[in-house]
Design a protein around this ligand. Structure first.
Ligand SMILES: [Zn+2]
Length: 343
């Protein structure tokens, strides 16, 4: 696993510590979603298992590294919630303890990766606590968390914490392009996943970027009266409904910002508000726009909390008509304004 460019300085600190005093038994990697915590943990794991490691990482060709690459290394254990579950349970921790009670077979130590640490239930956390209090001889525990506040303080205090910083926007953009992503797609994916390049990459690989792009174009066509209501609602009906509402909520927020004079380039749906003069040329009725915003916000919250039992097609059509209603409030105001102008 190669090191991500924005993790270099953290990596070099870690290597220095290893040379100086050795690493502690448990390291807790903390950082937001999508910045590559797991990639970093795996890099550390392979390096500690490697028989001829160097300061950049594992050698890549020793017996340990070959087993690692084949996915059959006997001295590493990765613990994460089972498919379909959101929790790490006590059985998983018992399995770890059993694993650590053996001696390493190939490498000089055994490595356990636990991710994410915050989804452990209380029983599991207490069992892990015992392991952390009396770590078996040659073992390294690498723990990952996005929400340090949700990790039991007793667990936290028994690990050394390492904060992984997110990349700058430019670093993230460059990295995505180096992964073979088109520049334009990278920009859009990062707008929706700021400072989270791995998540942005997933957006690009799962077509979500193309979906949001097409969604945006259709909203533009709707705003310019170039698409029929039923055509657009049929297409949006094929998308994830929570996505559609989240995006519409965001587009309404953007519209409000645009009306307050914020540069369209800074908006989430920058292309829409730069391209569509129908949206940006006129001042709209703010009360109507705010009402639409509240509606989208409430619906979005409802969907996120899992209570979204609504008729999708009807909801989409009704919101689109409201969108156009806000637009025509501006057109009407404009006509009136022209009418009042002295000849
Ligand atoms: Zn090696």
């Amino acid at each position: 696993m190669s090191l991500l460019p924005w993790h270099h300085s953290t990596w070099h600190d870690l290597v220095r510590r290893q040379h100086h005093n050795g690493l502690p038994h448990a390291l807790l990697f903390n950082g937001r979603q999508g910045i590559g915590k797991h990639a970093f943990a795996l890099h550390v794991a392979q390096w500690r298992l490697c028989i001829q490691p160097h300061d950049d990482g594992a050698c890549g060709h020793c017996h340990s590294c070959l087993l690692w690459q084949a996915g059959t290394h006997p001295d590493v254990l990765i613990c994460q919630p089972e498919e379909g579950s959101r929790q790490i349970r006590i059985d998983a921790i018992r399995h770890i303890n059993q694993f650590l009670s053996q001696t390493p077979q190939i490498s000089a130590c055994q490595v356990v990766v636990i991710r994410p640490l915050e989804v452990m239930n209380l029983n599991a956390a207490n069992a892990l606590l015992k392991t952390l209090e009396e770590p078996p001889g040659e073992s390294l525990l690498l723990l990952e968390t996005e929400r340090i506040g949700s990790v039991l303080p007793t667990l936290r205090s028994r690990c050394q914490r390492l904060v992984l910083a997110p990349p700058s926007h430019d670093d993230a953009q460059q990295w995505l392009v180096a992964q073979g992503i088109e520049g334009e797609h990278a920009t859009i994916a990062l707008r929706f996943n700021p400072q989270a390049p791995l998540q942005a990459l997933q957006w690009c690989q799962t077509e979500r970027v193309k979906q949001v792009q097409q969604w945006q174009q259709q909203l533009q066509q709707w705003s310019e009266r170039n698409i029929a209501l039923q055509a657009i609602s049929t297409d949006w009906g094929k998308l994830d409904f929570t996505d559609v509402i989240a995006w519409l909520h965001q587009a309404v927020n953007d519209w409000l910002k645009q009306q307050m004079g914020i540069d369209p380039k800074a908006l989430m749906f920058a292309e829409l508000f730069q391209a569509s003069a129908m949206l940006t040329d006129a001042t709209v009725d703010k009360t109507k726009l705010l009402t639409l915003q509240k509606q989208c916000q409430a619906l979005h919250a409802q969907l996120l909390s899992g209570h979204g039992n609504v008729n999708k097609a009807l909801t989409i059509e009704s919101l689109l008509l409201d969108w156009r209603h806000v637009q025509s409030s501006a057109l009407a105001a404009k006509r009136q304004h022209h009418h009042e102008e002295p000849a």
